[in-house]
Design a protein around this ligand. Structure first.
Ligand code: GDP
Length: 494
């Protein structure tokens, strides 16, 4: 359905005047209905029976149904004139009372005005983008801002919506442009049979370009190795509870969740085996996963559950490996450790925390023996990790029993989000989409540096591709597909 909708949007885009409820649905003090397009002001005139108010001046007006003249609401109205508006078009905002019937009445009235139609999902923002009011990363930032649930998420989204990423990528792009100019000079030099440009000058141009590239690669590398900070802030740090069946993973999840009044939800499609809870830890976003017991399951459904559990472990930032402190079962430990072994050896690998649960059943001095048994059961490749991992005691029977675990996780999440210095520096990469392009750009530039004798034409070609990759992040190339995905997530009225 994406293609026809795109075609429809394109066909309708420019001339249509669109309207939608831009505030949330439900009972509220105020609801904001937004109208954008050439007929915005005339539509306002239709509903109020008066000349539209001065631009950017709030005025109280009676809104009436165009057909019957029935009074619908007394509303505060605002008018913006193209191009100085969010969409870059003429815009009218109706700040009505927030009741359902009022909103429905006003929307219906707008529908009755000829030339107006209801907005598509994200269409206001799409118009803002088309008008050059927002860049691609700014649109993404705006989308993130609407979804932000914690202060760190808000901070990052606001910076991105305000152009922080755009600026960073533009500065990288401008470095590449200057490198390309030097590379072009080298290509010309190669063609220059008269030899106006001396060999010495040629190698100087290459040296200068290399030093610029070196500095840029350094920055790209720093952005790529920031511990996935930007993505983690957007999506939450992924913490997985793993371990043998009956170690108490689900109970721990519940205890942690209750403590933080989290929202428990099933991951669509994985209802049976992976449970996901979003909970802020110290004001930071965190997603906690409970997995099916990791063991060699014989029946098919259980095997599928274990496979999914492994996938979750592989994509996680922190693995909490839960053991029953009161019971040593080397076979069960070994099977569960075997299952997380791959993820723990990956690069970058998640942090490992061992949680000894059911501490209400044993004395504290049983812990060293429990850890030793676990290390013995561990596959050789991860035994050192298991031996060195922090060990946290817990009991999931009450809130106090998980306090130490919660504090440990909080500290870990905080460490991941810690900002360098006092100044907030927006991460350069906040989505996998950005990461892919930056990674490709870096690889291309490294290929140039690796070969000082690379043909100038090939240097120029690598630089062009690298520039395109950074361009794709800010929407300078290939944006349609990205936009379709992005706007599908937007709400109507945004
Ligand atoms: P999971 O299979 O790892 O998710 O384990 P569950 O959370 O389902 O717990 C398995 C069993 O251990 C249940 O009967 C729980 O009531 C019990 N259990 C879990 N945590 C504790 C604990 O801290 N202390 C005690 N005594 N029992 C626990």
């Amino acid at each position: 359905t994406a293609a026809p909708r795109r075609a429809r949007l394109r066909a309708l885009r420019a001339e249509d005047t669109i309207y939608a409820l831009s505030s949330g649905r439900g009972v509220a003090g105020v609801a904001v209905v937004r109208v954008s397009g050439p007929l915005a002001a005339p539509a306002l005139e239709r509903l109020t029976g008066k000349k539209p108010p001065e631009v950017r001046r709030a005025s109280l007006r009676s809104l009436r149904a165009p057909g019957t003249g029935e009074l619908l609401d007394e509303a505060l109205v605002l008018r913006f004139e193209a191009p100085k508006s969010f969409t870059g078009e003429d815009v009218v905002e109706l700040h009505c009372h927030g009741g359902r019937a009022t909103v429905d009445g006003v929307l219906e009235a707008l529908d009755g005005v000829e030339g107006l139609r209801a907005a598509e999902r994200g269409e206001f923002t799409r118009r803002a983008y088309a008008a050059g009011k927002l860049g691609l990363t700014e649109v993404e930032g705006l989308a993130d801002l609407l979804m932000a649930t914690t202060p760190t998420q808000r901070r990052q989204a606001l910076a991105q919506a305000g152009g922080a990423l755009e600026k960073r990528y533009e500065s990288w792009r401008s470095t590449l442009r200057s490198c390309r100019a030097r590379a072009e000079a080298l290509v010309d030099f190669g063609d220059d049979v008269e030899g106006d440009l001396s060999a010495e000058e040629g190698s100087k141009a290459r040296t200068e370009m290399d030093s610029q590239l070196n500095a840029l690669i350094g920055e790209l590398r720093r952005a790529l190795t920031d511990g996935y900070r930007g993505e983690a802030i957007r999506e939450g740090v992924r913490v997985v509870l793993a371990g043998a069946p009956n170690a108490g993973k689900s109970s721990l999840l519940n205890a942690l969740a209750q403590r933080d009044a989290a929202i428990i939800s099933d991951v669509p499609g994985t209802t049976r085996d992976v449970l996901e809870v979003s909970l802020p830890l110290g004001g930071l976003p965190c997603v906690l996963f409970d997995t099916a017991g990791l063991r060699d399951a014989s029946d098919v459904i259980e095997r599928e559950g274990v496979r999914r559990a492994r996938n979750v472990v592989e994509g996680s930032h922190v693995v909490v490996f839960v053991v029953d402190a009161a019971k040593i079962d080397e076979g069960a430990d070994a099977a569960a450790l075997e299952a997380v072994g791959g993820a723990l050896s990956a690069d970058p690998r998640p942090e490992l925390v061992i949680c000894a649960n059911k501490m209400d059943l044993v004395e504290k001095d049983a812990l060293p023996r429990r850890r030793a048994a676990l290390v013995d059961a561990a596959p050789a490749a991860i035994a050192p990790l298991v031996a060195a991992a922090p060990l946290v005691a817990a009991t999931s029977l009450d809130e106090a029993g998980v306090a130490a675990l919660a504090a440990d996780l909080e500290a870990r999440v905080a460490a991941r989000f810690r900002e360098a210095g006092d100044e907030y520096e927006a991460p350069a990469i906040t989505r996998e989409r950005h990461r892919g392009h930056v990674e490709r750009c870096r690889a291309g530039l490294e290929r140039i540096l690796a070969d000082p004798y690379l043909e100038p034409e090939l240097v120029a070609e690598e630089l062009r591709a690298a520039t395109d990759d950074l361009g794709a992040v800010v929407g300078a190339v290939d944006t349609e597909a990205v936009l379709d995905v992005l706007f599908a997530d937007f709400c109507i009225g945004k």
